[in-house]
Design a protein around this ligand. Sequence first.
Ligand SMILES: Cc1cc2nc3c(=O)[nH]c(=O)nc-3n(C[C@H](O)[C@H](O)[C@H](O)COP(=O)(O)OP(=O)(O)OC[C@H]3O[C@@H](n4cnc5c(N)ncnc54)[C@H](O)[C@@H]3O)c2cc1C
Length: 415
Amino acid sequence: MHLDCDVAVVGAGPAGSRTARDLARAGLRVRLLEEHRAIGVPSHCSGLISLRTLREAEIGEEAVLHRLTGAFVHTQEGGEVALGGSATQAVAIDRVAWDETLCQQAQAAGADLVRARMTRVERENHHVRLTAQTDGRDWTLTARMVVGADGTHSRVARTLGMPRPTEYAYNLGIEGRISPDARARWRDDYVHVFVGHDLAPGWFGWIIPTGEGPDGRGIVRVGIGTTGAVKPIVAYRRMAEAFPELFASLEPIRMYGGTIPLAFAPRSYGDHVLLVGDAAGQVKPFSGGGIYTSLVAARHAAISVREAFERDAFGAKSLVAYERRWKREIGRELSKSRHLRHFGLAMSGAQVERLVRALRSPGLQALTDRHADIDYPSKVLLRLARSLPALATLGAVTLRRPGAALNLVRAHLPI
Ligand SMILES: Cc1cc2nc3c(=O)[nH]c(=O)nc-3n(C[C@H](O)[C@H](O)[C@H](O)COP(=O)(O)OP(=O)(O)OC[C@H]3O[C@@H](n4cnc5c(N)ncnc54)[C@H](O)[C@@H]3O)c2cc1C
């Protein structure tokens, strides 16, 4: 039977464009469906990534707006610690340009970009049929396989009845300007992280400096999220009131919302289908960062799809290889981070304060500086947790919430 293409990739975000790029490079006929007219717009992301992510994407320094070398962690009770050094730990990128570049790479490799919203996908005999809409008109597309790279609320996953992630953070993001005075008071190469059960229940707040605007004022990306107990806008007001010295001069330019999955989907494959990126919940549960993980997963998705074509085997039994591959590379880290996050949530406010004070010790500062890695945070967190001052706090947490100890065991801590 004649099919319109080999693979239909739904969503031209990082996950979809990279999958489409790699598949087209392998000689497959790829259609990349994107519902928005402009790639990457509207952006719902703070665009903080590691240097490793630039290499994974095959994108150079041109996407980098600003370099960041550390973080101030602020607690709701007023505690503060500076972590980091002088080496670049992360960079802030122009997220729209980033998505455009990845999509251009896919097109240059031969993928066919189609402006359309996919509304339904059905399995038929040995292929899939997608229904899509362009300018209000329905049309259909047949393919041997579909890759759902259509973000957190994945329609591919939902219409095929695939199980969804069970935990989410709901966020409010603001891009804004700050006065030159305020900018001079901060370290412009440090992000700010705000934690506290009442401030941002289940999640955290942040400020990411992204450089200087044409008028000499600083540009920042600010945000806060919760896991549902409080609306993000309420949490934002609390954060701005609690830290007036940081927020008083903030002048918003643009506001946006966004939902982040904090656990991966129980299954990222099925007959004739793979899920990649946020659609599969492949996001770092400690920070909500998903650009690096979605690119890694997309690399494995393309390898597995190619293999399926070589073997002419598109059933779930064959495509399970994809899940094994991406889990081998990042699954362990994502699970560890998730357990460490849950352990952190079991700490009382006073325990968080004690831990932040302990982190000011020169020994722990050096350890953080040496091992910090935003893509693999469990490396430094587990080392910190094994250090003497932190062990006392950990012991106190497990006494307070015995169930929390299980998270430590699962994260492979020696307790
Ligand atoms: C507030 C916030 C801040 C964040 N900050 C960071 C950060 O600093 N660093 C980081 O690494 N990550 C961050 N993330 C996470 C990051 O944005 C995502 O993990 C990443 O975008 C995942 O890429 P993706 O390709 O899977 O999905 P997306 O980027 O969401 O792309 C999905 C694409 O699919 C398209 N689409 C959806 N449905 C359809 C359909 N039915 N038909 C056709 N097209 C469709 C969408 O238009 C979109 O282009 C943040 C997220 C939020 C919400």
